[in-house]
Design a binder for this molecule. Sequence first.
Ligand code: 4AD
Length: 455
Amino acid sequence: MTRRFIIKEIHQQKLKDQKAVIKGWVKSVRTAKWGAFIVVNDGSCQRDIQCVADKDIEGFEETVAKLSIGCSIALTGNLVESQGRVKAIEMQVESCELIGGVSEDYPLQKKATSLEFLREVAHLRSRTNTFGAVFRVRHALAFATHKFFNDRGFYYLNTPIITSSDAEGAGDMFRVSTLKKGESDYSKDYFGQETFLCVSGQLEGETFAQGMGAIYTFGPTFRSENSNTARHLAEFWMIEPEVAFFDLEDNAQLASDYLKYLISYAMENCLEELEFLQQMYKKDLIETLNHVKDSPFEKITYTEAVEILNNSGKKFEYQATWGSDLQTEHERFLAEEHFNKPVIVTDYPKDIKAFYMKLNEDGKTVRAMDVLVPGVGEIIGGSQREDDYEKLLSRMKEMDLKEEDYWWYLELRKFGSVPHSGFGLGFERAVMYITGMSNIRDVIAYPRYPNNAKF
Ligand code: 4AD
């Protein structure tokens, strides 16, 4: 029996003068007097394969002549080098089998379909060049993440998805409950207490970093904040490294090394995808990625950032004032206009950051860091953690967090406490940044956001 090859192997190995079976979906079909050109893709790579079927092959009229875009087919034939200027591999078809036909209401008949429209047919969009490209890059970045951390001696940790603690202390949580309508006594609920979907695995990550040295999580994360924007999802994936004996400088270095590694990995392994996305969506994508990969990230304090914003002469909708959080317009100005590269902003006022961040000696700021990138804004949030028991407890009291909910987290500060740091990278924001896609809903298979969970 003739072996089936995926199109990626055929192009990568330049397989020629060889009999093969190709299975995939018809991208286009052009018939002429002599026969037909059938362009096929099987999702394995960006490049399609052109298959040439002469009219006199067996069953031409019953199969090839009836093909339309989207049909699934199996082709058997010889792989040959094309005659044209680009010596691509193509197939000289000997037989064509129709596997699945396409009814007239197939929504992807037309070549050009908008991203908005494709969100309405999310179950089919992986068939398009755009989504094939984005999701192959997404895969590569996930793989690169494991490789990066594994090569540096980090252990992959799976932290719980159902949790009873609010890791960010911000309250944007989805409840998990089996109580019936009208019941509100959580002591009678499944877990005997209130539980939620996790907003971060950090606190549990910290406990393992203080036993195993360096860990990272990579898992689903849920936030019920009502943010209907192109950068927010209610369900997203986050990578959270956490390292013992690590201060904020070490943390910033790790974040910058990791982002650069992701870019390099994508450039080495997904260049055809990036070239396609560049051509379609972001004209300077590859140049920008190269620039970011090769230049050091800018590092400024929050106080310096506010000064830069106020001296910029630019009119913002909200003026930047010391003590209030940077708005998206501020973050974008810093990363896009002022520095035009990733910027690490450190030492934010304690009142706008989470309870677990280490207090600086000034008593006003904490050892926080946000990494801002052009086009996306905040891509990473992290900090050095408060490792002093009394300081952490008093900060929790100031923020009205219940000591009994975090007793185990506090105990870490009693038993061999060490300076430690970590950060969270929003995986979809990284995928957006590296693919140049401008809406987060186009880089996750089935996006969840307010009023949308329909697929
Ligand atoms: O800044 P955040 O909230 O930090 C944490 O959750 C920390 N526990 C991380 C840590 O130190 N281990 O979130 C981290 C990143 C953000 O920079 C952003 O990229 C992403 O997660 N993120 C979101 N991505 C998509 N949709 C949302 N609603 C997001 N909220 C945060």
